[in-house]
Design a protein around this ligand. Structure first.
Ligand SMILES: [Zn+2]
Length: 245
């Protein structure tokens, strides 16, 4: 059997904490279990290095963002020896391979990408848009000490709404696509509640620290649109090498 597992990719703006240790050790246990069964295992982890939060942190420390990321990514790569982790891939979202993959992903999504005005409240701590119903006393409940930013700019949007029914049909046909079942139910309910198009770029003049949008030098990709390409990229590479065996 072939087995692929990835952790989430933590942002490099803080040192590794106990919560991530728990996650990577759990992934390690699963990876080792599959190795014992005789499976061929690809175990991916790495660091998420773009976005406004990291850009602001680097500026605060008067460092070039790339240099800042290089210093902090090391702390995560070292977990391999400190925690005796058996990962086989460590990918950084500033690696050229990742950037190429993210730009290719953008191009493949092109028919679902359009430009529109983006007016929202934004929590830099979460790197997420916040609607009024998400807020407690006008603040992000996870980051009550951070001031919300107000965005008003022209961005590229992804037509997520196009995929609502297709995803629901897919889930209905693939009943074990997500385990455990109660998480699968959460996802189905989220999709059923309505998928809204979302902004996938940032104006470079305000926030330059991201993957360049193909064919538009004024925009970089929104961090959540670039970072998640990595897990797919490593998985598809593993798949290609497995299928050629
Ligand atoms: Zn937040």
């Amino acid at each position: 059997m072939k087995f692929y597992i990835t952790t989430t990719l933590p942002y490099v703006n803080a040192d590794p904490h106990i919560g991530f240790a728990m996650e990577i050790i759990r992934a390690d246990v699963i990876a080792r279990y599959h190795k014992l069964l005789g499976d061929e295992v690809v175990f991916n982890t790495g660091t998420d290095e773009h976005g406004q939060k990291i850009y602001q942190k680097a500026l605060e420390e008067h460092k070039d963002p790339q240099k800042y990321c290089n210093e902090h990514a090391k702390n995560y790569a070292q977990l391999k020896s400190i925690l005796n982790i058996s990962y086989t891939n460590f990918i950084r979202t500033t690696d050229s391979l990742h950037i190429t993959a993210a730009q290719e992903f953008w191009k493949r999504c092109q028919k679902d990408i359009y430009k529109a005005r983006y007016q929202i409240k934004y929590c830099v701590g979460c790197e997420l848009e916040k609607t009024d119903s998400d807020l407690v006393d006008g603040k992000c409940p996870i980051h009550p000490n951070r001031k919300l930013e107000v965005y008003d700019e022209e961005n590229y949007f992804f037509k997520f709404s196009n995929y609502q029914q297709r995803l629901l049909d897919f889930y209905a046909k693939n009943s074990d696509f997500v385990i455990p079942q109660f998480r699968f139910e959460e996802i189905k309910n989220f999709v059923k509640s309505g998928l809204k198009d979302f902004s996938i770029s940032r104006l470079k003049e305000k926030m330059p620290w991201g993957v360049q949008v193909p064919q538009d030098t004024k925009h970089v990709m929104y961090v959540w649109f670039d970072a998640l390409t990595t897990g797919c990229y490593v998985a598809s590479n593993a798949y290609v090498s497995w299928s050629s065996q």
